[in-house]
Structures are given as C-alpha cells and as structure tokens.
Design a protein around this ligand. Structure first.
Ligand code: NDP
Ligand code: PMR
Length: 389
C-alpha cells in the first residue's frame, strides 16, 4: 500500500479482457490511471527539500501506454542500483540509461561522486537521478526508503550491488550500528533495504519486476577461485547471532578472528543465500524474479582500492592472461543490465554466470551458498539485527 499512501495517485486495474505476454510474464492490458491529485504530491515533495534527487520524481503511471499508432508500448522502467558511482554499478547504470527504456536511480553514499560519474560517462539527465544511501547506516537505509516512497515513483527493479572489500585491514571497522563493516554494509544494509522495498516491488505493474543481488565466485567453494584462502565459511553463525560487534561477540560470522578478506567472502555467501530465501518466501506469491550473479572478474574496479599496490598492478594481467576470468567494466555492466531487463532472464532463484563467449547460463552454487537451512538462519538472525523482528 506504500505506493498509494505516498504518491497520492491511484491505479485502478479493470477486469482484463486479454493477457499478453512481455518478458515471459502475463501482462494485464486494461489499466486506467487517475492522476487527479498527483500535483499535490509533487508539491509536497519539493517543499520538503530533504530529498536529494536530481530529477523531479514523476509518479510512474502504468506498465503500458498507447503509442500514436494505437499499439501499447512498455513504459520506462524504474530501477534502483546501489553503489552506482563506480565499477559494475556505474557501467550497469550507463547501459540501462542508454537503452532509453529505464530511469536509473543511483543510490550512492557520495552524492557528488555519483553525479560526476554519471555526467562523465555520458548519461543524460532524463535517464537518471541520484539519491543518497549509505548502506553502512541502518538509519540512512530507512531514510532512503522513506524518501523513495515519498517521491511517488514505482519500483520495478532493485539491484543490490554496492560492496566494500577490506583485505589488508588488521583490525575490524564498524558500521554506524556497530556491525563489522563488510558484512554490515554488503549484507545487512542490503537486507534491510530489500525488505523495506519489497512492497514497492510487489505493487509495481511492470511485467517483469526483479530483485537482483550481486554475488561472487569467491564466495563459492565449488570453484578454484573460491578455494583461494581464506575461504568463505559461515560456520554455526555464532558471531552473526552475537551482532558482529567485537564486544560480546566475534566480528566474524563464524565466530573466528577478524579477517577482512574472509568477511567479504562471507558477505557474498549471505548475499547469495538471501536471494534464494527471498525466492522461496516470495516468488510464488508476488511473481517477483529474485536472482544473483557472478559478473566475471572486473579486475580494474575500485573494489580493490584497499589492496596493496603490487596486487592492484598484477591482478588485471593475472586475470586477463592466466585465469582468463577478466571482464571489462563495460562488459560486466552489459551482463548485469541483462539480468535487470532481458526478457529471457526472468527465471527466479537463479545464480547467473557467463561463459567465455559471453553467453549467460544458470550456474551452480557451492554447498554452503545453497544450503536451505543456512539461508533461513541468516534471514532470521539478520531480521533481528536490523530491527525487523
Ligand atoms: P566498486 O568499488 O567499483 O563499486 C562498489 C560501489 O559500492 C561503489 O560505488 C561504492 O561507493 C559503493 N559503496 C561502498 N560502500 C557503500 C556504502 N556504505 N553505501 C553505499 N554505497 C557504498 O566495486 P565493483 O564495481 O567491483 O563492485 C560491485 C559489486 O560487484 C560488488 O557487490 C562486488 O562484490 C561485486 N563483484 C565484483 C567483482 C570484481 O571482480 N570487481 C567480482 C564479483 C563480484 P563509492 O563510489 O562511494 O566508493
Ligand atoms: Mg582470484 C579461474 C580462476 C580464478 C578466477 C576466475 C578468479 C576470480 N580467481 C581465480 C584464481 C586465483 N585467484 C588463483 C589461482 C589465485 C592464487 C594466485 C587467486 C588469488 C586471488 C586473490 C589474492 N584472487 C583474488 C584475490 C583477491 O583479493 C580477490 C578477492 O578474493 O576479492 C574478494 C580475487 C578474485 N579472484 C577472482 C575474482 C572475481 C576476485 C575478486 C572477487 C570478488 O570481487 O568477489
């Protein structure tokens, strides 16, 4: 109900006479829109001034609109991408914005950096806006969601992409709420965000609504890359249950000593488990596609900024010429954009990967990353930590 409550406009779906199929999902064709009070919503929104969006948010009307020849065309979709100020997120934002079919909301912690990145990558104003989101603060996540709901836009796809990787940290650092920073940001921040925006996705009338969470090969111990120490391992999750705060609990999910590289890999396991748990709990009821992916090794991104200089120098050629796992930022952006909008990638519960000819395929997750009881446990502990249970 959030959309109706916050946007002051209502969508009445009449009995649909015909079901057409776009993106493999049934699509109701008879939709009537009442915009009578939308101007009030826009006024209220601009008076507040707290919302740091670029463009004035326009309520998204219906999934279809009539074109001049009378045929229905798909309206522009709205996609939120976290961490769209660099690397994979930026490349995906660019790819979707350029298609002209998407309005991209770049959900970023550094507003100016995101704005500059969008401009320098040639994105045009009508195709994107920037909203402030710091995933390392649960208050910021809640504020972002409140701002988004207030804007009256519909949400068609959410992409949980942002991450931090702290492989050289000797000591743990913490989020505003006192969780170890990598799991706190990459997993818990996204978990709260996705849970709070689920209703908006449910209410979208877009034919294929999706929640995408970026995973990684390095969290999957059924691969060579996933066996490079330190390996991901959630153990019995005693550290997570204790709040990862380093006071009365360990900073690591499995209760062990702090290791920044392992914390990142553990957070990716949580991301992949979270996607599957969402699928099991909500796919049938909502029709939302829940998916994860490994976009390839994008060895040049800011993710490795905290690594030693020698690593940053050697990692790209190592991945290009030895493992052959390297992909450019541009190519990885096209891959994630596919998972957002390609009509052939609507299957839910899938972990997508690409072969060396850049063709997508459904990949297998490791035993731990596909463990049903671990997924439920991560979900239940996480909802307590973020204040949802
Ligand atoms: P980047 O560092 O380029 O991008 C990460 C983004 O996350 C940045 O925009 C960063 O913002 C943002 N971010 C970090 N912390 C926060 C926060 N607290 N709140 C909001 N945003 C935040 O790395 P990549 O593009 O490589 O990473 C993107 C995703 O791809 C990650 O999920 C990563 O795990 C995954 N991935 C990457 C691989 C690779 O080889 N690079 C391989 C497999 C998966 P800012 O710009 O302000 O720093
Ligand atoms: Mg890895 C096919 C082999 C392969 C692939 C696809 C990756 C991807 N890596 C592979 C192999 C190896 N790596 C091998 C054999 C080694 C030992 C020399 C190795 C090492 C290594 C290090 C030290 N690799 C790394 C690191 C990192 O710090 C990166 C990491 O784990 O970040 C969490 C990393 C990565 N290797 C990859 C990918 C995609 C990464 C970045 C991981 C990610 O973002 O999730």
């Amino acid at each position: 109900m959030a959309l109706q409550a916050t946007s002051s406009f209502s969508i009445h779906k009449e009995a649909c006479l015909k079901e057409s199929s776009i993106f493999g999902a049934p699509l109701s064709t008879h939709v009537k829109v009442d915009f009578t009070s939308s101007s009030k919503s826009k006024k209220e929104f601009s008076q507040r001034g707290a919302l740091r969006t670029q463009a004035v948010a326009t309520p998204t009307p219906t999934a279809n609109r009539a074109s001049t020849d009378g045929k229905k065309t798909l309206r522009k979709g709205t996609v939120i991408i976290t961490g769209a100020s660099s690397g994979l997120g930026l490349a995906t934002a660019k790819s979707l914005a350029e298609s002209g079919k998407w309005h991209v909301i770049m959900a970023c912690r550094d507003f100016l950096k995101a704005e500059r990145a969008a401009k320098s990558s040639g994105m045009t104003k009508e195709n994107y806006s920037v909203m402030h989101l710091d995933l390392s603060s649960l208050d910021s996540v809640r504020q972002f969601v409140a701002n988004f709901k207030q804007s009256g836009q519909s949400l068609d796809v959410l992409v949980c992409n942002a991450a931090v990787y702290l492989p050289t940290a000797k000591e743990p650092t913490y989020t505003a709420d006192g969780f170890e920073l990598s799991v706190g940001t990459n997993h818990l921040g996204h978990f709260l965000l996705a849970r709070l925006l689920l209703d908006d996705l449910k209410q979208s009338d877009y034919p294929s609504k999706r929640l995408i969470i970026v995973g990684s090969i390095t969290g999957n111990t059924n691969t060579l890359a996933g066996n490079v120490p330190p390996k991901a391992n959630l153990g019995d999750m005693r550290g997570l249950a204790g709040g990862l705060n380093g006071l009365n609990s360990s900073t690591m999910i499995d209760g062990g000593d702090f290791d920044g590289a392992k914390a990142y890999k553990d957070s990716k396991v949580c991301n992949m488990l979270m996607m599957q748990e969402f699928h099991r709990r909500y796919h049938e009821e909502t029709g939302i596609t829940f998916a994860s992916l490994y976009p390839g090794c994008i060895a040049t991104t800011g993710l490795f900024r905290e690594h030693i200089p020698l690593f940053r120098l050697l990692f790209p050629p190592f991945q290009k010429y030895i493992t052959k796992g390297y992909v450019s930022e541009e190519e990885s952006g096209k891959r994630l954009a596919q998972v957002v909008s390609d009509p052939s990638l609507t299957k839910s519960g899938v972990y997508w990967s690409w072969n060396n000819k850049s063709a997508s395929f459904e990949n297998e997750l490791s035993e731990e990353a596909s463990d049903v009881s671990k997924a439920r446990k991560v979900w239940e502990i996480s909802e307590k930590l973020v204040g949802l249970a």
